[in-house]
Design a protein around this ligand. Structure first.
Ligand code: ATP
Ligand code: PRP
Length: 349
């Protein structure tokens, strides 16, 4: 995660000044002869006025899954090369492509109405208390953990107090050790040094620069490869859809309904990836046992078969459990067990 400046962003600062565009062309690069850069930029800023601004990660792990989510929600846009703003073609929305680390500030300060970023980024941001989480998105899952060398002399949080910690999460690490209820006060009063490192944090101990680190863990491969292990978890994190707790200045009655609409579309698309649709036939006297295996999200659908004593059942089943569900159904006497992927759905949020 990179350090970010604290300047208050405005519409014009979210555009990439090196890529003048015409609003009429929906973000296509303008012909150089038609406008000066200033006028095309003011044209595009002008076109943002009647749109809901939605900040999304411009690179890294969160970007790919976010683009899938936008496609699943039928949010169509053209993004010109090197431009950090894209006008959505089928809704009054403008996408703003920003580093994940900057998105909480743009949302909290009202430069954009919606955003997608990691919960760890929000917690690290000094604007975290102004952010409202609308929907967990199920990707970007990781943990923020305190890690020390497996064979090192320090194996406890208390042992780290008064030493040196390397991290990209200065605020959260600082609070853990030096905060009002931090470890330093409880253990020995010595101040723990928190050194900011922008990347490859796991190398800090081996290079003798720190006694421990605070860093993200997803698979744990990096931690183990660096001869480290976790001794404390500060938080778990996943990507979330966020908005500001304060009413957004540009949310007109026309634009406000877009927020629940986007949330509902995202929730439905995410559910369609999490669940599959199961259908099968079973004897009525084995139905009770089968219902325990496929209770459905709300309830299963049961309909009589055109054969005495048999019923057809359909229910949504978690994709990750589907193999065992089919085994259990088979053992219960179910036949003609079919599993169908969901292209999309709406689940009510
Ligand atoms: N293994 C991981 N390493 C870093 N971030 C992860 C990991 N797994 C999930 N995440 C989530 O992704 C976010 C980083 O997203 P992304 O990579 O887009 O940010 P970035 O700033 O572009 O990357 P970088 O941290 O490399 O600069 C983290 O804040 C966290 O929420
Ligand atoms: O548990 P893992 O799956 O190994 O992932 C965790 C690693 O991923 C991130 O590093 P990143 O890949 O962003 O590179 P960086 O070290 O430059 O931040 C993070 O800083 C950890 O080092």
């Amino acid at each position: 995660m990179s350090k970010t400046s604290d300047s208050t962003p405005t519409s014009s600062t979210i555009l990439h000044p090196a890529s003048p565009v015409s609003a009429a062309q929906g973000g296509e690069r303008a012909s150089k002869s038609s406008f000066g850069a200033e006028s095309t930029m003011s044209l595009l800023v002008e076109s943002l006025k009647d749109r809901l601004l939605f900040a999304v990660p411009k690179k890294g792990r969160l970007m790919e899954k976010t683009l899938e989510l936008l496609a699943g929600a039928d949010i169509k846009y053209n993004r010109a090369h090197r431009l950090d703003v894209a006008l959505v073609q089928n809704h009054p929305i403008a996408l703003v492509f920003l580093p994940a680390a900057d998105i909480p500030r743009f949302v909290a300060l009202g430069s954009v109405a919606l955003g997608i970023t990691g919960q760890d980024v929000i917690a690290e941001s000094t604007h975290g208390d102004q952010i409202s989480e609308l929907l967990p998105l199920g990707f970007g899952k990781c943990k923020l953990q305190v890690q020390v060398p497996v064979t090192g002399p320090i194996q406890t949080l208390e042992g780290l107090s008064g030493g040196t910690i390397a991290t990209s999460f200065e605020v959260l690490a600082g609070e853990l050790f030096g905060g009002e209820n931090g470890l330093d006060k409880k253990v020995n009063g010595k101040k723990t040094r928190v050194e900011y490192v922008g990347g490859s944090v796991e190398a800090a101990c081996a290079l003798g620069m720190a006694d421990g680190i605070v860093d993200l863990v997803e698979s744990g491969d990096t931690m183990r490869a660096a001869g480290l292990h976790a001794i404390h978890t500060l938080m778990s994190s996943e990507a979330v859809l966020i908005t500001s707790k304060k009413p957004h200045p540009t949310l007109t009655p026309e634009l406000s309904p877009l927020i629940p609409l986007i949330k509902s579309r995202f929730a439905g698309f995410l559910a369609s990836k999490r669940y599959v649709y199961a259908s099968y036939n079973i004897k009525r006297d084995a139905l009770a046992a089968a219902m325990k295996i496929t209770p459905g999200r709300r309830a299963a659908t049961v309909s009589p078969l055109d054969e005495e004593g048999w019923v057809a059942v359909s229910a949504m089943v978690e994709r990750k459990a589907v193999a065992k569900v089919m085994d259990d159904l088979e053992r219960t006497g179910a036949e003609d067990i079919l599993i169908m992927a969901l292209d999309n759905c709406r689940v009510g949020v």
